[in-house]
Design a protein around this ligand. Structure first.
Ligand SMILES: Cc1cc2nc3c(=O)[nH]c(=O)nc-3n(C[C@H](O)[C@H](O)[C@H](O)COP(=O)(O)O)c2cc1C
Length: 358
């Protein structure tokens, strides 16, 4: 099992949903950086469960406990380790899931991969809960990037068929990103907020779930960050995005739509303004040749509907090798999208910091 990512900024995550604690070890953070813990905790709260009807009713404060690497409020340069203790676990909800494999979840694949020794309670190490340590690392990375004038923000770009506007890829202001941060449901178009809430409530009442997309923007990255081929900025971001449970797709800039264009339509033509090089359009999402080109970096991820639903489904019992019906109990998110927004921002921050340090 690889719980480790990165070269210059190395992350190692650990823990299970219903174990004692979850956490992270972060290597490569420079010494002497003054950390704003309040800001980190606010970021963790954005992901924490139990805040409203749109998320699981499991109530966890997600309070980070720093074990090492920070002394008198500043980084020491030694590995930073942090844990979050699990408190609100109800493992009995999961007893039948030892044998009955949830369709769409990692139960069956994980059981095969680890010979049945994996902790299945609450999804174990496959749980969305393990994204809390990622948010911690991302919140730290965001603070280090802000020092360099780099800002990151994201919004819900769709839930089911309800769509928000997209970012204006050539001009994304810091104030828009700040504004989105303050919203319970971060959508650019306020009129869509109620529609999204209704969409989630509709499926929740039926014991069903729904997916959507999140669009993320990284502004203030100068041209020239990243590398071609294997270390491209796209691959760094994508490798972290696909480490987030429930992410099933990613596209940069115009993404799949660019394939329907001609070169003349797709190319982002350059111009000079006050000695600065800019582009008239940003269909490539701020990255060309795997390297930042100075335009805002934008990408969208697709999040699938929460696999654990309480509607009856067909599955198998891996002990008896019989076909069975499954009705999932327990507390689950009817929609993952709104809780994943801060996770998608976090992985952007980690990837950019790693690219800058490389
Ligand atoms: C923030 C977050 C919350 C999640 N909450 C749930 C949940 O309540 N119930 C569930 O079945 N899956 C939940 N998931 C998704 C599963 O962890 C994920 O679908 C599963 O591990 C299978 O991985 P895959 O979807 O990447 O293939 C959540 C994911 C994230 C990122």
């Amino acid at each position: 099992m690889s719980g480790t990512w990165g070269n210059k900024i190395e992350l190692s995550i650990f823990g299970e949903s219903h174990g004692k604690a979850i956490g992270i070890v972060i290597n490569g953070i420079k010494p002497g950086f003054e950390i704003d813990m309040d800001k980190i905790e606010k970021e963790m709260e954005r992901r924490a469960p139990g805040r409203n009807k749109m998320s699981t009713q499991r109530k966890e404060g997600d309070k980070p406990k720093i074990l090492s690497g920070i002394f008198e409020g500043k980084t020491t340069g030694a590995p930073i380790s942090m844990i979050i203790e699990n408190s609100d676990t109800r493992s009995k909800d999961y007893s039948k899931l030892k044998d009955l494999m949830r369709p769409g979840h990692a139960d069956y694949a994980g059981n095969r991969r680890y010979g049945g020794f994996n902790d299945y309670r609450g999804g174990g190490h496959f749980s969305g809960r393990i994204t809390a340590p990622l948010v911690f690392a991302g919140a730290l990375a965001k603070q280090l990037l802000e020092e360099k004038g780099i800002k990151i923000g994201a919004h819900i770009s769709s839930v089911g068929k309800v769509k928000d506007d997209s970012f204006n890829r050539i001009n994304i202001s810091e104030s828009l990103l700040e504004h989105l941060l303050k919203k319970e449901l971060p959508l650019i178009k306020d009129e869509k907020i109620e529609e999204v809430k209704k969409e989630i409530e509709k499926v929740r009442l039926k014991g069903n779930s729904i997916g959507g997309t999140i669009e993320c923007a990284i502004i203030g990255v100068k041209a020239g960050i990243g590398s071609p081929f294997f270390d491209s900025l796209e691959s760094k971001i994508a490798s972290l995005a696909f480490s987030v449970p429930a992410v099933k797709g990613i596209e940069f800039g115009l993404g799949f739509e660019i394939s329907e264009m001609t070169g003349a339509e797709a190319n982002d033509e350059y111009y000079v303004e006050n000695g600065e090089i800019k582009a008239y359009s940003n269909n490539n999402g701020g990255i060309t040749g795997g390297i930042s080109n100075g335009m805002p970096i934008t990408y969208k991820v697709a999040i699938k509907p929460t696999p654990s639903i309480s509607i009856e489904q067909r599955t198998v019992n891996i002990s008896t090798m019989e076909n069975e019906k499954l009705v999932i109990e327990g507390r689950h998110d009817p929609c993952i999208v709104q809780r994943a927004v801060v996770v998608i921002e976090a992985i952007a921050a980690i990837a950019i910091l790693e690219a800058i340090e490389s």
